[in-house]
Ligand binder design. Structure first.
Ligand SMILES: [Zn+2]
Length: 69
């Protein structure tokens, strides 16, 4: 019995570790690099600064809420 539980836990841990690795490798798969995804300014990364990132994330949350139902 414990063998089955151990195997299940192991599989879940591997899946979780894989998900974390994927998230690390691509923090924002839907974002464009090289341009601020909020205001469109030309930047090295994804956003000008934390303000643009926060505003973008807030906007995404609002869109998600509006899109629900
Ligand atoms: Zn910006």
């Amino acid at each position: 019995m414990t063998d089955i539980i151990d195997k299940a836990n192991e599989a879940a841990e591997i899946q979780l570790a894989h998900a974390i690795e994927t998230a690390k490798a691509r923090p924002h798969p839907h974002l464009i690099k090289g341009r601020c995804n909020y205001c469109g300014e030309s930047v090295v990364d994804y956003f000008c600064d934390a303000d643009c990132r926060d505003d973008y994330e807030r906007e995404q949350k609002i869109k998600q809420l509006n899109g629900r139902g």
